[in-house]
Design a protein around this ligand. Sequence first.
Ligand SMILES: *Cc1c(COP(=O)(O)O)cnc(C)c1O
Length: 410
Amino acid sequence: MIKKNENYTNLAKGYLFPEIAKRRREFQAANPDAKIISLGIGNTTEPLTPHIVEAMKNFVEAMGTKEGYEGYQDDSAGMPKLRERISSAIYSGKILPSEVFVSDGAKCDLGRLQAMFGRGVKVAVQDPSYPVYVDGSVMAGAGGKHPVTDHGFDDITYMPCLPENDFFPDLSVVQKDSLIYICSPNNPTGAVASRENLSKLVEFAKANGCIILFDAAYSFFIQDKNLPKSIYEIEGAKDCAIEMQSFSKPAGFTGVRLGWCVVPENLKFEDGSRVCDAWARITNTAFNGASNIAQAGGYAALDETGLAEMNATIRYYLENAALIRSALESDNFKKMGVEVYSGGNAPYVWAKFTGKKSWDVFDEILRQCNVVVTPGAGFGPSGESFIRFSSFGHRENIQEACERLKSFNM
Ligand SMILES: *Cc1c(COP(=O)(O)O)cnc(C)c1O
């Protein structure tokens, strides 16, 4: 018999979302009449916009003709015109099309990226964080042997992100030559890193031989003009940062699958070789390019009409977030001492139930309100006592959930 790769044995038991689904199923089975509303999962609910649908429809129809048919792209890094549009529309030309690698999504890139660094690499993550950073590192053998219950993996540096530090980590805990995962706007906290904080981060990375893996999957949600949408708005970032992006949340491409990552030509390994060359090699080997239909949709999403439609969808979700925020600021929550964090630049509202366990709050909200949320503890040790409320939902469901929350008590 063949042994399982021990890196997979190291993974923490139970992933957050299956556990939520299990508790929801059990509650529904015991309460068949309960109309459960989910504010739990970061999955989009609003339809693709007409301009994107039109572009993909036209592309598919052309694919059904001799003249319009296309197979593999010449370069698995994406259609040249899409890479050019990303370079100009998103980065004002400051990132070259050749530095843009189109993919089937940010999570997929995050999973593949670790292969470039191998098992010995040191990893630092924001705590709480999107579970993929830790699990992807553990699968690549960078997590260390055994998960220590409640405190995460031995070889991963957890950087607490709490209200006390404005949800931006103290970098002094990070070892030299580490990969530093930063997500801004953040899932789950909804916090956006300021220009000053990102400047400090870039400075730190350059001085300490670190590479920043910057997850900008929610950058389109940023409304505040003073907040940076890309790490490359910071001087020097091209020497030390990779950026992941995704059409999933802004354009509803969670099922269509399309994203990109930027690997600047300046970014080097210790031996002087270019990271972008290693990345090209991996994508050519373990990935054959994103769906050309999805790329046709992404290309349309980034023209003037596409961007305007995308912004309308984003505003819809942000209005949902504002409704959730105001429900959580009602008297019942004030009496419980609940603190609400939501700056209006992300689809998540993060709330602290001081002195209570996340999973207990989860169970109680499910029981009293029939609303599913996400327990903060599932995102890392520093998420304990917090709850994440997602604004991805139809307006009528969000309104109904908010009504129910206004009589919650615990
Ligand atoms: C949803 C999400 C992504 C997007 O992943 P895709 O694979 O592009 O769908 C990436 N990062 C974070 C933090 C997310 O929440």
